[in-house]
Design a protein around this ligand. Sequence first.
Ligand code: SF4
Ligand code: ZN
Length: 269
Amino acid sequence: MFNPDDRIAIALSGGKDSLTLLHIMHKIERDFPKAELYAITVDEGIKGYRDEALENAVKACEKLEIKHLVVSFKELFDITLDEIAETIKGVEGELTPCSYCGVLRRRALNIAAKELGATKIATAHSLDDEIQTLILNIIHGDVLKIARLPQDSPEAKNFIPRVKPLREIPEAEIAFYAYLTGISFQSRVCPYAPQALRSEVRFFLNQLEENHPGIKYTIYHSLEKLKSLIQPPSKPEITFCRICGEPASKPICEVCNMLDRLKKLKSQS
Ligand code: SF4
Ligand code: ZN
């Protein structure tokens, strides 16, 4: 996943998974003097939730002496996730707060990683996250999203490569590691999580695992096989968004589309 001289930016939410990744990467990185480690926290603006996680993230970086960059939705997009949730509340056919959060956070991470000159972004996705996403893609009819992006594709070349070092580790084992090593992390759940279909899929997979131990690994191996079997869709050449100038496959990128829709909804209310 890494080269010995990578500048690695860890996406640090302040939850157990990302704090565990930070500690493990910090241990490994000591043996690679040419590699550099940074942490990025995206503050989505979720009152009573992100504040606590942010505190844990700041403390961990101070303790491990890792340069930490915090960027917020408010400063980058002039809107917090709480304001987004309020704007879309009750609007028929609207996306969930998590859909907005995912797209905007991805952009925020990319902006911050570029600022740091990072050559890799490491995220703390666990085995559970990976198989949940697989099931969600199947439910949404997005099976082509499972395909691996070829490294020489215009999309892959325009974005900082992302790696998931914990992707074969079950969430429960990451939590266990965090407990055993005394990492203090946030236990509160995001107030918008229950609205997401992912929560139901998570519950379903946990039930399956309880009745059939090891089944999460079986699903993960199926995912890996599917990745090599499914041909990635041939996408149009990457151009640049007419509004923000970021790489996009359409004239206006998804982030600008979302922000524009929110502006219209706000002005209607
Ligand atoms: Fe964002 Fe949804 Fe995660 Fe909350 S649960 S941080 S809204 S993606
Ligand atoms: Zn744009």
